[in-house]
Write a protein that binds this ligand. Structure first.
Ligand SMILES: [Fe+2]
Length: 451
């Protein structure tokens, strides 16, 4: 048995200064302080750094950030990533677009966006943002390949509530499972109130460095729309809150001449997959003006059909917030199914990623609203939730479902490798809750199997 040696404690203490309140401070730090950062002004330090996928992810990358004080002259720098810290010498500067935002407390903050262009496909880059004196850390990202190649991505349902306290664990679990995921699909309702900057602060902090190294592909839900502050049930407009466009810089390739859907409906072709962000709030039974619903709905539908018809990619994935076959009580979007289903069936949409119902559900392969055999033409529909708000499961569409699960924060890792798409859903403590595979046939449709 080792004898307790009182001398060892004295020896330990001699290496430290004992400050008030018994805090131990290493003496060598006191004797030789490290140089302080150039700027100590916290309000100049870039925060909320968020990557967004662009319309050309093989050659460009967008980044947004904020400072607590508005700065007129800001920039971003980018260089090929290297383990050699000298990589900084190859950095080139890009001018950022600056704007300001008024946030509660009569405070004016700086909002910035920069886009790196002319990048090489399938290449890792490091970047930083700042004002030339005060910089962020160097973060890294990888451009897409310019041809079909294997990759995986994350899919998260509604984040929405208790973002800091309970959703943070979902995004950390997802990143921990697939740190090489090329981007994060957010299927809407990122926040409970899209106009509330305090919630964006929570969201950005929960994302942490993950948002700065893995680009986002967000599709707006009903809670992301702009509403009158203090009136959470006001539903005057189909546009997102201005804060959405301050935190993301998304492709402007949506329905032509529909201002309401800019950076809400858009598409991205990524290594053989066409991802379509569809804003289906227009079908959501909310009190929008009928004339606006008609105009926006018709324009988006025509745009969608063109994207599906003229699609050079092997795979098609649609992301929409409200689900085609709801699982939560009292929900049914007949008008939406009538509008979208004929197009999904006709053009072989492979997979539809949805949220809104605060449960996990995934259908068999469906066509015309009915279950079809695994090798027939059809679409698989998933609903997921990554935040803590939970609803009870209802039976209305139960016969269509291959899997349903309540009261479980979940995330999905989806892998595409040539003719094979593998879908994996996990509870955030690691348990696999659902898996299936689609194999692409020459005809353009798939063969589906549960795993
Ligand atoms: Fe929702």
């Amino acid at each position: 048995m080792t004898k307790f040696d009182p001398f060892s404690r004295r020896k330990f203490l001699t290496g430290f200064a004992v400050a008030a309140g018994s805090t131990l401070i290493p003496q060598n730090v006191l004797a030789e302080p490290l140089p302080l950062p150039v700027s100590q002004e916290l309000e100049l330090i870039p925060e909320r750094i968020t990557l967004s996928l662009t319309a050309d992810p093989a050659h460009s990358q967008a980044v947004t950030w904020r400072t607590g004080k508005a700065i007129a002259s800001v920039r971003a720098q980018v260089a090929p990533a290297s383990a050699n810290p000298n990589f900084e010498k190859a950095a080139v500067s890009v001018t950022a677009l600056a704007s300001t935002a008024n946030i509660p407390g009569d405070k004016i903050v700086g909002e910035y966006t920069a886009q790196f262009e002319g990048l090489r496909p399938n290449t890792r880059y490091s970047y930083r943002v700042g004002d030339g004196t005060t910089w962020s850390e160097w973060n890294s990202f990888q451009t897409a390949s310019d041809k079909p190649e294997a990759f995986r991505f994350l899919y998260l349902g509604d984040e929405q509530n208790n973002i800091k306290s309970l959703w943070s664990r979902s995004i950390r679990a997802a990143y921990g499972k697939a740190p090489d995921a090329r981007f994060i699909v957010h299927a809407g309702d990122l926040l409970a109130e899209g106009y509330d900057d305090r919630l964006w602060d929570e969201w950005s902090n929960a994302m942490g460095f993950i948002g700065a190294v893995v680009p986002s592909l967000p599709t707006p839900g009903n809670h992301d729309l702009h509403r009158t502050p203090g009136k959470p049930n006001s539903k005057e407009v189909l546009s997102v809150s201005p804060l959405w466009r301050q935190h993301f810089t998304l492709p402007m390739n949506g329905p032509k001449d529909v201002d309401e859907l800019k950076q809400q409906a858009y598409y991205i072709d990524y290594q053989g997959v066409r991802f379509i962000s569809l804003d289906v709030n227009v079908y959501s039974n909310e009190a929008f003006a009928e004339s606006a619903k008609q105009r926006v709905g018709d324009a988006q539908l025509a745009w969608l059909e063109q994207l599906l018809r003229d699609n050079p990619n092997r795979w098609t994935v649609v992301i929409q917030h409200q689900p085609m076959y709801p699982i939560a009580k009292g929900r049914d979007y007949v008008e939406m199914r009538n509008a979208l289903l004929p197009l999904y069936d006709k053009y072989h949409v492979d997979l539809v990623l949805q949220g809104h119902d605060h449960c996990y559900a995934r259908t068999h392969k469906l066509a015309a609203g009915k279950v079809v055999s695994p090798s027939q033409s059809g679409t698989i529909y998933a609903i997921s939730v990554s935040g803590p708000k939970m609803y009870e499961i209802e039976d209305t569409f139960a016969p269509l479902r291959a899997k349903a699960l309540g009261h479980t924060q979940a995330f999905q890792v989806i892998e595409v490798d040539g003719d094979t798409l593998t879908y994996n859903a996990y509870a955030i403590e690691g348990e696999t809750i659902d898996r299936f595979r689609l194999v692409k046939q020459v005809s353009g449709t798939t063969t589906y199997s549960d795993l």
